[in-house]
Design a protein around this ligand. Structure first.
Ligand SMILES: Nc1ncnc2c1ncn2[C@@H]1O[C@H](COP(=O)(O)OP(=O)(O)OP(=O)(O)O)[C@@H](O)[C@H]1O
Ligand SMILES: [Mg+2]
Length: 512
């Protein structure tokens, strides 16, 4: 008879024993145990800052653990570099991309391992192989395209294609679906299933609990740097949440309606050639208005035009009855408009600055206008908002670049909450945020509207739009396709509008 533990040990490709890693002021991993088998999708679940990314960085050679053991194919191993990981067959798709925006897609795919001919890079072969990889991963991009022009969703797909090109035995994916659309997620899952069938072992990190039964086999839950449980992927969501945050969450969408007051934001006939046309709506004091639609419908473009980050060339934007000039961010700020952008790295944060400085960015600009900055008051307010959002950090002096992904997103939101913007536009505000912290953010939105602020919320997370909006506007191909009251808005009614004009109708993009 074979020994049970031995036979299961034989099936593992990788095992981690009591792994520990500290950073100045932070214990990121506090004794993690984890094992991985060929042909499984092992989900890593945990709150923002629980240690998920740190764990996978230890497996991919990006971080050296302080102590603990990593065993690959039954032999204890040290993974000191990306090359070590690659030699062991471990490929990683990081949460924060490693792509070089200035290079082409093909150059990114083969970075550091370009095919060579007579010592020179074999461009033709590189392009051909790049095309094959892109096709395998179902990425809609050309090998010769500049990486920086692709947008986040397609960049993520290129990351995936790049990992496929390494023929890994272990594929680690850190929140690959955070920036993908529904269709892209489906395509990604097909790829993942194919790899699993070929015996590849996959580590999969996500904050979207509904994805777990669809794609996972087992789940390891991390809390405060420790593994607190290993359960099957079919475990009910509320049980997963309880393991993850240590308590159950009563209400995922705690919207408290306030009385709607005067129109704070009025948008009339707004348009820009090739992007959007004839967009008219208003948001009143005390309201949360959801802006739904498919990716590419023009929601972000409209938000940026209202904020003055981009120009509009037709129509007008009024805040409290005063017209805002096209393309004038300063005027928008003065008028009390705030924008939490969808791309936090590019537009929302100064990565080299600390948490306190980032939280004070908007208020500082405004306060110094009068020639007077109340720095200690500002630190106090920053500490307060960081506490409310439960930001996991060593203190206000921690550099933002070293915060976990979800905690960085909390800083972007906190910055605008501190700025006390009268009209706050949120573009995908809870991307990468764990289920518990989402509720905290929703509660802060309630506080804002209760005190007479207006919120416009763009989100591709339909349950979030439905759960938190008092009204829902739906955009399709650059135009408003319709408006639904909170009662009328359902998954089906929103989707029906979102695809309605996308098929027929005249689209702004076609320049009618
Ligand atoms: N280079 C670093 N310097 C200092 N602290 C760090 C560094 N890298 C990570 N940390 C800290 O380690 C902790 C764990 O971070 P990690 O990125 O592993 O979290 P996570 O589980 O991936 O969270 P998220 O869901 O937000 O991505 C956090 O408190 C983070 O601030
Ligand atoms: Mg992370």
């Amino acid at each position: 008879m074979t020994d049970e533990s031995e036979s299961s040990a034989g099936r593992e490709i990788l095992r981690v024993h009591d792994l520990r890693k500290t950073f100045p002021g932070v214990v990121a991993l506090d004794g993690v145990d984890f094992d991985l088998r060929p042909g499984e999708v092992h989900v890593l679940l945990g709150e923002n800052g629980a240690g998920k990314s740190t764990l996978i960085k230890a497996l991919s050679g990006a971080h050296r653990p302080d102590s603990g053991r990593i065993v690959v194919d039954g032999a204890e191993t040290e993974i000191r570099s990306a090359q070590d990981a690659q030699r062991l067959g471990i490929a990683t798709i990081y949460q924060e991309f490693n792509l070089v925006p200035e290079l082409t897609v093909a150059e990114n795919l083969f970075l550091g391992r370009q095919p060579r001919k007579f010592g020179l890079i074999d461009k033709r072969r590189m392009e051909r192989e790049a095309r094959e990889l892109l096709e395998r991963a179902g990425v809609d991009a050309e090998p010769g395209q500049r990486m920086g022009d692709l947008g986040i969703a397609r960049s993520q797909m290129v990351e995936i294609a790049k990992a496929l090109g390494q023929d890994a035995r272990v594929l680690i994916m850190d929140e690959p679906t955070a920036v993908l659309t529904t269709g892209e997620v489906d395509r990604l899952f097909e790829i993942v299933r194919r790899l699993r069938e070929r015996g590849v072992a996959i580590v999969f990190i996500t904050h979207h609990l509904e994805e777990i039964p669809r794609i996972g086999d087992r789940v390891t839950v991390l809390r405060d740097g420790r593994s607190v449980g290993e359960v099957p992927a079919g475990t009910p969501e509320d049980e997963l949440v309880r393991l993850m945050v240590g308590r159950s969450i009563e209400q995922q969408y705690p919207r408290e309606r306030s009385e709607a007051g005067a129109a704070l934001l009025q948008v009339r006939g707004l348009g820009r050639d090739g992007a959007f046309a004839d967009v008219s709506f208003e948001v009143r004091a005390g309201e949360v208005v959801g802006l739904a639609g498919l990716v590419g419908a023009g929601r972000t473009e409209v938000a940026r035009a209202i904020f003055g980050a981009d120009r509009y060339d037709g129509g007008e934007v009024l805040v409290e009855g005063r017209r805002l000039r096209s393309g004038d961010v300063h005027a928008a700020l003065e008028a009390g408009v705030g924008l939490v952008p969808e791309d936090r790295k590019g537009q929302g944060l100064v990565l080299e600055a600390d948490v306190g400085e980032n939280l004070g960015l908007v208020t500082l600009g405004r306060a110094s206008h009068g020639g007077f900055v109340d720095r200690s008051g500002q630190r106090g307010a920053a500490a307060d908002i960081a506490g409310k959002l439960n930001v996991r950090m060593s203190g206000l002096r921690q550099e933002v670049a070293t915060l976990s992904g979800g905690n960085q997103q909390k800083i972007v939101i906190g910055k605008w909450l501190l700025a006390d913007a009268k009209v706050l536009i949120l573009d995908e505000p809870t991307r990468g945020i764990d289920v518990g912290a989402k509720v905290e953010i929703y509660q802060l939105i309630n506080t804002l509207t209760a005190s007479g602020h207006a919120v416009l919320m763009i989100s591709s997370d339909l349950p979030e739009v439905l759960g938190m909006s008092d009204r829902v506007l739906v955009m399709a191909r650059g135009r408003l396709a319709g408006e639904l009251s909170a009662d009328e808005a359902t998954q089906d009614s929103v989707m029906a509008l979102a695809v309605s004009e996308a098929k027929g109708g005249t689209a702004a993009v076609e320049g009618s």
